[in-house]
Design a binder for this molecule. Sequence first.
Ligand code: ATP
Ligand code: MG
Length: 267
Amino acid sequence: MIRKTEKKGKAISAVENDAVEIVAPADKNLATETSTTADKSEKKYILRATGLQKIFDEGSFNVHVLKGVYLRIAPGERVAIVGASGSGKSTLLHLLGGLDRPTAGQVEIDGQDLTKMNQAEVSQLRNRLLGFIYQFHHLLNEFTALENVAMPLLVRRAPTAEAISRAQAMLTRVGLEGRLHHRPGELSGGERQRAAVARAMVTRPLCVLADEPTGNLDRENAQNIYELMLELNRELETCFVIATHDPALAGRMDRVLKLEDGVLKSA
Ligand SMILES: Nc1ncnc2c1ncn2[C@@H]1O[C@H](COP(=O)(O)OP(=O)(O)OP(=O)(O)O)[C@@H](O)[C@H]1O
Ligand SMILES: [Mg+2]
């Protein structure tokens, strides 16, 4: 069920699960969130973006990539973000994960406002609550697959033996049990991507932000990654926000949102 209302010059599409996206902000200066039934019930959101804008300053010109993004992710929700190449999907995920700062607007994770924190606090919150799968894996080249996957646990001060054993189990889950001691340079593109997925999930985070997690994978391995995500989602209520060009992956999500002209719309 989708209901549309006009309020303060904004068209709002409130979908069944109470998530609200601004469809077309008529006036950027009015890009503040409008009160809804969801606000009144003070529903808890794992992730919440409000009026998010990002302008890249390119010296002689500016690139206005995000122009007022509104997004709410409830516990256990799975959301796909689709959109043309260059529409800003990676930029948005980076802001949601606190890897970059918005030009305007707010990001809250589990009720905590990232835009009010310093970099160390943001990093700590990210390690505690989020898993991030980068579009280009970002594994550390000097460490083995096993060490890369154990790293987020070691950063959390988990005992080494436990971190290694959990990392090994997660690498086995993504089919890399035969590549534990390979460095990223000794893995194929798809194997690196699977190791990156294992690293994002090993801490069993509240929410996984994934940027094209199946971009380099064949059908079977992509399928394996979907299954792993769905399993974590069922077992632990892990939320997933996934930027993807893969219609099969988007089809496995609860909602599909499209990033177009700097705003998120229901796809
Ligand atoms: N650091 C940066 N400095 C300047 N411009 C940038 C920067 N990062 C991204 N952009 C620009 O912002 C726009 C959105 O980039 P982004 O990587 O978010 O797109 P995307 O939707 O993820 O694309 P793809 O589907 O190809 O991965 C692009 O036009 C890009 O050139
Ligand atoms: Mg991208």
